[in-house]
Design a protein around this ligand. Sequence first.
Ligand SMILES: [Zn+2]
Length: 85
Amino acid sequence: MYGPGSSNKHMALCYTLENLRREECVKTMSCDLCDATFSADSFDQWCELMKGHYMSAHSDFMADNHSKEDGLRWMETMKAKFDSL
Ligand SMILES: [Zn+2]
């Protein structure tokens, strides 16, 4: 009854529930420079995805000299947007 088979099934069920719970708080927001969308369950995670996207898709933009203030303003704007989703 409680062989390895049943405990595996139990673990699989827990894993599925965990994934469902995670999906509930996943938010999708698009890039502010193009139509690419990214899904993440936190703003920090979304930012990480965006960083990679900016490097590959908007390297010209990244190459421009942006001040720290510009970066902070961008973060604030995007975080407010992400939070309001
Ligand atoms: Zn983009």
